[in-house]
Design a protein around this ligand. Sequence first.
Ligand code: PLP
Length: 390
Amino acid sequence: MANKTEQKKESNSKMGSLFDVYSLWDIEPKKASGCWVWGADNTKYLDLYGGHAVISIGHTHPHYAKMLKNQIDNIVFYSNSVQNKLQVELSEKLGQLSGYPNYSLFLCNSGAEANENALKLASFHTGKKRIIAFKEAFHGRTSGAVAITDNPSIQAPFNTGHEVTFLPLNNIVAVEEALKEGDYAAVIIEPIQGVAGIYTAEPEFLQKLQTLCHKHNVVFIIDEVQSGYGRTGKFFAHQYANVQPDIIAMAKGMGNGFPIGGILISPKFEAKKGMLGTTFGGNHLACAAAIAVLDVIKEENLIENAVEIGAYLKEQLKDCKGIKEVRGEGLMIGIELEAQYVDLRNKLLFESHIFTGGAKNNVMRLLPPLSISKKEIDIFIEAYKKQTQQ
Ligand code: PLP
């Protein structure tokens, strides 16, 4: 099996003039369906990664494919200077399914952009600019989003002028102390930290955080870019804690692979013409994709499936060795592995043909399509046991 450096070299030689910023596996997906992906050499892979939590309703779902094809035959794009009934349909269906019927929707194209717009709106609203974010958080790579991401290695000097305080997750005293200084526009938090390795913000912490935000007139922003859209067994992961953030950022699962992001905005914010804007956000094709996703989540009870299959997965993992801890909810699962199993993800991919996600060296992240079945989980468990020699 080629190691990561060899794989990278091999891929680089095939990369032509692409800017070389990604470590690539030497696999080229050509076709996909449900939870399965076929490589160019016809190898069939089980997809427990979903292209980084993006595939929500399953690859190339027939309803989704049909909606996109129909939309292409009608109109793909027009700017945000005309009526677009698809945006209205999307906001109504999203409001209903997510439990936020009275929140309004602003559409953009990615998770970073969603967070960027959330921060901007909070700053407009409060007239302030300081932000509280959490250690190990990941919020994206645009200037504001990367400034609230706790990873100096991806911040260029240009991104460093923002006033951001990073506090430890689940430490309410630290938040209380910081907020006493006043001057903050917003607190932003992932209800389950994804890139960090699946660490959950405790429900009591989120509840107290909300109370403190209200007390200090600070905007409470939840980043559901990875954890949203049914992934954790609720439409939004923060709904486990019964809180109601002021702004909710979404992206990944929203378009099942078609680029779309957005923020849900509490009625307490007043919109002003020109305050937020984008060329491509909310285009016809993106809306068709996002509407198809909501239709399928509802019709096929995918949120209930995430609860059921997530519980089944956790149960099966109890019999597996090499595990220090299993974290997360629904189908957003982190498996912290013992040190000797750091190569397990490569073995699963290259020998058992199963995609999984990673975090740090020793955390395996499982982020499969929400449509995954018990049978497909069994395939993973059998491969896991084989590769750990049980
Ligand atoms: N927020 C969270 C929680 C994420 O996990 C990510 C991406 O992994 C982002 C924001 C950024 O999303 P995007 O890559 O679509 O900009």
